[in-house]
Design a protein around this ligand. Structure first.
Ligand SMILES: [Ca+2]
Ligand SMILES: [Ca+2]
Length: 278
């Protein structure tokens, strides 16, 4: 490598570390989603090889930054959430429940429990009273679905392309209260506000690229854009792209103190924790 190329590389690396501040944890194989528990542990899904069964994991980053396998033997886990002391995760075509004490897991809702055959289960989110929203991204172009699950594991189809033609490949979902929720579509980059009670869907904005995760933080909505490796901020009806750069920003999550966000970078194999300046 010539001295000029070497210096250019140094400048690029310095720039990357400057714009993506705080901690970066390497060594993940296709990390997709993260959640932080109140004691500071960060749980990260990694689906390994897509379509290969048994190589999916949930890894744990403890408060000292040490990374370990927490739950193993999964297939293609993506979204995960902590509710009443348990982890619930989507795993390709089932929902699993993971014991937070030892990482042992069981299928909570199997494939046959779905009213329509799941294809690529993606995000999972829950309201305070225990209504789960689960997205299925279909073939990533269309065929997606949004399901509702209760605490007994019973599932209902809330919407799909037949009932709502703008549903193509739903990915990130975030409840706002017991009925209203935000939904972003990976295929079209459209952000919607939905209503479970009257099964309605209203477009808020487009231009989100391949929309993945949604976080509500400090009166603004942050949406990761997997394809462009950026995070967009939606506030008061307008859209701004934040300065942070990734290879492929997957499903973002707030830290437990809600001061920072956790960004799994699927292609880079890293998990970053970044402060969002306001
Ligand atoms: Ca896999
Ligand atoms: Ca996702």
């Amino acid at each position: 490598m010539s001295i000029h190329k070497y210096l250019l590389l140094i400048i690029i690396l310095a720039y990357i570390s400057l714009v993506n501040a705080n901690q970066v944890y390497p060594g993940f194989v296709n990390p997709e989603s993260a959640v932080q528990s109140k004691n500071g542990d960060i749980y990260v899904t990694e689906f390994g090889v897509r379509g290969k069964d048994g190589d999916g994991k949930i890894k744990k980053i403890n408060a000292n930054g040490e990374i370990s396998d927490f739950a193993t033997g999964l297939n293609d886990p993506r979204g995960l959430i902590i509710y009443k002391g348990e982890i619930y995760a989507t795993d390709k075509d089932v929902i699993v429940k993971v014991d937070m004490n030892d990482g042992s897991w069981e299928v909570f809702s199997g494939t046959m429990a779905f009213p329509k055959t799941p294809v690529l289960l993606n995000d999972i989110a829950v309201t305070p009273s225990g209504t789960f929203y689960i997205t299925d991204s279909g073939n990533l172009k269309d065929g997606g679905m949004v399901f509702i699950m209760d605490m007994t594991g019973n599932l209902e189809l809330l919407m799909d392309e037949n009932s709502h033609p703008s549903i193509k490949s739903p990915n990130g979902v975030l409840p706002l209260d017991e009925n209203r929720f935000l939904l972003v579509d990976f295929a079209t980059g459209v952000l919607f506000e939905g209503n479970k009670k009257n099964v309605s869907l209203k477009k808020l904005t487009d231009g989100l690229g391949a929309g993945d995760g949604i976080v509500f933080l400090n009166d603004s909505v942050l949406i990761s854009d997997w394809k462009n490796g950026v995070i967009h901020e939606y506030r008061n009806g307008s859209l701004v792209t934040l300065k942070y750069r990734f290879e492929s920003a997957a499903d973002i999550a707030p830290t437990f103190d809600r001061k920072s966000i956790i960004v799994p970078d699927m292609k880079a194999g890293t998990v970053s924790v970044i402060d969002i300046e306001n």
